[in-house]
Each structure stands twice: as C-alpha cells, then as structure tokens.
Ligand binder design. Structure first.
Ligand SMILES: [Zn+2]
Length: 279
C-alpha cells in the first residue's frame, strides 16, 4: 500500500510554516495588469498593486507563479518530469488521466482518485495544485511593512497590439529598494524533500537567481529574505520515499544563516527518489 498522506486533504499529519521578512533589492513591480487602451498622447500612469489602504501587496497567486516556474527549472535540472501548469500543459492532461481522475471523484472511488493523482502528477502539481485540486502549499499575500514608491518613465508596450505604441510614454510606479514585505507559506503533509524543494526555490530567490514581478530585463524584482522562521508540527517523515531529517521544530535566523541551517532538507530533496509521475 502506497502512503498517500502527502496528497490527502482529509487528514493533517504535519503542518509546516515558513515565514519572514523580505527586503527589496532592486525596483519591484507587481502591476495591476491593465494598462491597455491608454491615450497615446498623454503620459499614462501604471501603478503597483495595493490594498484598500494604499499598501503595496504581492498576491499569493504571484508567489505561486514564481515558485512554480522556478520549480520547473529545479526539477528539470534533476531530470524529473514536470509540467508548467499553464494552459493545457498540466500532468493529468499530459498523461491523459484527467477524465479517469474526474470519474473516480464523481463516483466516489477515493482510493482510485488518490492513486491516479499520485502516479500521474509531478511534484509541482502536488504542491501547488492543478485543475480541480488544491495544492499542499498555501501562499499568503505579502504586504509592505515599510515602503517607498518611485516612478520611472518608460515607453509603453501595448498589450492589445503586442507592439510598442510609437511615442507613448508611461509613468511606471515601483516599490523602491530597501522596502520590506511580509512573507508566509503554509504547507500541509509535506515530506522533508518537498520542504527542501521549497527552500531550494526560496534560496534561489534570495541569491538573486530569480526575479519577481515585471521589467526583469531592466533588473527589477530582486529580493532577499532578511529574516526567516521555520515552524514544524506533527510527523517528521511523510510517505515511503521520504528521507528522515533531524531538525528542531522551530528555527529563527536571518537570511543566509537560515538557509545554511536548513541544508539537510535541501539535501533530502537532492537525494530523494521521487517515484512519480510514472511513465
Ligand atoms: Zn505537473
């Protein structure tokens, strides 16, 4: 019998929280995403996403996108099969198992549904979710706790026409370097190697290999974790393929030291024999 705890939503045997403070290192732009149709004769303003009180935010969905796409690179480097999760490129569809899976769910064959989902989805689908299945990790919205806003005038790219609208300038608002944001992810039933995988992605962000938000080619979107906290409750090994990791239940450290201490999880990811997707 395969241990499906990692993908089960009906029991919580382990809860893992990673949270901390993020410091912006280069201009950061999480846009509102709707500046098509502006008047080419005037200077338009493209503002950053803010909450009702005017505080810049990074939505959980943006984090999920960043983790998923960087994760895809990390998994491919380990020669593991994965999907982008974009459009029709998701594992259940790629393995032609989506209909089987839906039928098992509809007819209440839960064990069959678990088996199909286990065998025919990648680590990204299991962690971040896929069509009609929520992921094992939840990304909370990041809120600025200290911030300054800046603007830069740029040539606008019309999203509707896909070309630079001649002469149209846009005032692009961004969050200034030095600004700080909250960061928090909550994972349920995560194997040690999945925790290590998330930490690997976070370290790549921290080390400047991954940018977040818009205008990456202009060097925007570099961030660092200035302090982090790991909090782990429940079982310490999830699933047959998991690798034991000896770690305290709570770790609080500043950025670099935190990733140093969490190395055993990242090693578990590097060494785990991940048995899915089967092919
Ligand atoms: Zn997948």
């Amino acid at each position: 019998m395969v241990d499906y705890t990692f993908i089960r939503k009906d029991v919580i045997k382990r809860q893992t929280v990673i949270e901390g403070i993020l410091e912006v290192q280069s201009p950061l732009r999480i846009g509102v995403g709707k500046f098509g149709g502006m008047d080419p004769a005037s200077i338009a303003r493209d503002t950053v996403l803010k909450d009702a009180e005017g505080t810049p935010i990074i939505p959980g969905s943006s984090w999920k996108g960043v983790f998923r796409s960087e994760g895809e690179r990390v998994l491919k480097r380990r020669n593991l099969i994965t999907c982008s999760g974009v459009g029709r490129d998701y594992c259940l569809n790629n393995f032609r198992k989506y209909d089987d899976f839906q039928r098992s769910l509809r007819e209440n064959y839960i064990e069959d549904a678990l088996k199909t989902f286990w065998n025919y989805t990648c680590l990204n689908c299991k962690l971040f979710g896929t069509m009609s299945v929520i992921g094992a990790v939840k990304f909370l919205e990041s809120r600025a706790i200290e911030f300054k806003l800046g603007t830069r005038t740029m040539v606008a790219i019309s999203r509707t026409e896909g070309a630079a609208a001649r002469g149209a300038l846009v005032q692009v608002e961004f969050v200034e370097p030095g600004s700080k944001f909250t960061f928090k992810i909550i994972g349920n039933n995560l194997p040690n190697y999945a925790i290590g995988y998330l930490l690997t992605i976070m370290k790549n962000i921290h080390d400047g290999f991954v940018q977040i938000g818009g205008h990456k080619s202009r060097g925007f979107g570099l961030v660092k974790f200035v302090n982090l906290r790991f909090l782990d409750k429940g079982e310490k090994k999830i699933g047959d393929e998991d690798i034991p990791v000896s770690m305290q239940d709570e770790i609080k450290e500043d950025g670099d030291k935190f990733f140093e201490k969490m190395k055993p999880f990242m090693e578990a990811f590097n060494n785990a024999k991940i048995p899915y997707p089967v092919h």
